[in-house]
Design a protein around this ligand. Sequence first.
Ligand code: 13P
Ligand code: SF4
Length: 310
Amino acid sequence: IDPTLDLFAEIERLKKEKNAIILAHLYQEPDIQDIADYIGDSLGLAQQAAKTDADMIVFAGVHFMAEGAKILNPSKKVVIPDLKAGCSLSESCPPPLFKKFKEQHPDHLVISYINCSAGIKALSDIICTSSNAKAIVDSLPADQKIIFAPDKNLGAWVNKVTGRDMLLWNGACMVHEIFSLEKITRLKVRHPNAKVIAHPECEEPVLRVSDFIGSTTQLLAYTRNTPHTEFIVATEAGILHQMAKQSPGKTFIPAPPDNNCACNDCPHMKRNTLEKVYLCMEYEQPEILMEEGLRIQAKKSLDRMLEISA
Ligand code: 13P
Ligand code: SF4
């Protein structure tokens, strides 16, 4: 790729030429967020994908997200900057194993977090995201038996806030699992006015010391709308770009992980670069393709979520 190429200008040109829309998750690198047509959490991105009239969807996120856009748009071209951008949470729930687990509990309804493969979506009754999980569970009768997959941390948090006893699949996110409670506690001591805000994919001890818990969009809105001015942010560090942009006078401290890194990046999300965004638009690949039977089956649970969250 020509190093003198103005990638921002080239991407804008390709957007117009190909009637393309760029949907970016809040964990993407700042340049990608700045060139995106829509930036948001998993629910917002799925809703945008469901309503777009673009011919090509450029999904700057991880594979399950782009796959979700394809499930909703079989006739559109869906491209992803890096096909290897996976997700540890999605990987922690292989469809053949989950199918057996589900068969052992035939009287349970299956709610799956959107961070799962099309194969798991096809085995689920309703999909949820971290922003609507509580509302979706609350919409079901109190005596309804539920399996919740694949995130045990989000599942445990939903159990706590809804008073349910859902059966949890033993999956987790490699990014949200490694926040250091000890380092967060030390930061709290050094910054007594800071609010700790966390994503519900974090483990319970981190959630217990948090002042606000929510999806990425909910965390962003909280930092913008609250009068507080200092925050310790326990989620993937890409979100700090939007937080700083939307609340210029406020201070955002990334919660440190339990390793030597100062902040916590998702290696999958960060596989995408501005250069790869340009290349996938220019060459219209890597493209997300899916077998039609699987797509139709997976769409049912995703549609149910979109109906409930409309
Ligand atoms: P949300 O943006 O929906 O909160 O999801 C966070 C996440 O981990 C996505 O991979
Ligand atoms: Fe998956 Fe966690 Fe990365 Fe989100 S942050 S894509 S849940 S590994």
